[in-house]
Design a protein around this ligand. Structure first.
Ligand code: HEC
Length: 277
């Protein structure tokens, strides 16, 4: 006979082992494999315990204690007229010797009908009377609302901003933050007023890599490492790069003192693209 206390301690040890795994989530894959193995082990232990319970000497050897109610339950679900009583439900008609029994629908199937009836009542009250659930159309609208919200967040975080899509942002808040970013990160090389120092003058008509918001954004993002202009994309997020690039655009034509001699070529914006001036 199996000792229950031994089984119980194995079970408790097993539970604590699962907890140990849970504490270490360093390796996700290993963890999920361990979880699956843990569940399988747990199920096997439960199966063994169940078998022990059924066949243990405390009960009967054939496990009737457990099996009988289960069998009764299954019989209840599938109840049909026993063969010896079939004559009671035999119908009148006969075709070429073929007779028909007026059998009952199996109770489980009949029960299913009532489950659907109850379900439909609950469903109708919840979705059409009280309205606490979303019908399909509302669910769709809700999904669209969430997607729009998510998009809004992405737009704000600048996820869609790149050198192709960037535009000149002329609102004061953006330009102010652009100035802050400039003073902190760029003034050391481009001068406090953009007049140029190590880096080129950013206020004149001449650009080495082309003027306009898209070119400026691109140089800021990728840099020109071999010439001493670093790439800023790891330090500034896209909205910050847009802000500082827009701020640089506002420096154009300010003629600061000690301006560095022009470098590069005169930049002319294509017509009809005023936002890029
Ligand atoms: C370590 C010095 C240094 C810092 C800091 C620096 N730059 Fe530059 N930058 C340069 C140099 C040098 C060039 C010229 C690259 C070349 O000739 O190709 C340059 C070029 C540029 C250009 C292109 C100019 C043109 O004529 O095409 C832009 C725009 C620019 N930097 C913006 C910025 C911004 C914005 C920041 C701050 C976020 C910044 N830079 C910080 C050194 C620097």
């Amino acid at each position: 006979m199996i000792n229950y206390r031994v089984l119980l301690s194995v079970f408790v040890f097993f539970l604590s082992a699962v907890n140990l795994f849970a504490a270490d989530d360093a390796d996700e894959l290993l963890y999920s494999i361990a979880k699956i193995m843990a569940v399988i082990t747990l199920l096997s232990i439960l199966l063994v315990m169940w078998l022990v319970l059924i066949y243990s000497e405390r009960n009967d050897h054939r496990g009737e204690l457990i099996k009988a109610p289960i069998r009764k339950f299954i019989n209840m679900l599938t109840k049909s007229t026993p063969v010896e009583k079939e004559h009671e439900i035999l119908m009148e008609h006969e075709y070429d010797g073929i007779r028909e029994l007026d059998s009952r629908i199996p109770p489980w199937f009949h029960g299913l009908l009532w489950v659907t009836v109850v379900f439909s009542i609950v469903y109708m009250i919840r979705y059409h009377v009280v309205g606490s659930g979303n019908v399909q159309a509302e669910e769709w609208l809700e999904g669209m609302r969430l997607a729009a919200e998510e998009r809004e967040i992405l737009v704000r975080s600048g996820a869609f901003l790149n050198e192709e899509t960037v535009t000149f942002a002329d609102d004061a808040a953006t330009l102010n933050s652009g100035k802050e970013i400039y003073d902190k990160n760029c003034a050391a090389c481009h001068g406090n007023a953009g007049e140029g120092l190590v880096g080129p003058n950013l206020t004149d008509d001449y650009w080495v890599h082309g003027g306009g918001i898209k070119n400026i954004f691109s140089v800021v993002k990728y840099g020109v490492p071999q010439k001493g202009m670093i790439s800023w994309q790891t330090q500034l997020d896209p909205t910050q790069m847009q802000a500082v690039s827009s701020y640089i655009m506002t420096l154009h034509g300010t003629n600061p003192p000690n301006a560095k001699a022009p470098e590069g070529e005169i930049w002319q914006e294509e017509k009809g693209d005023d936002k890029n001036i």
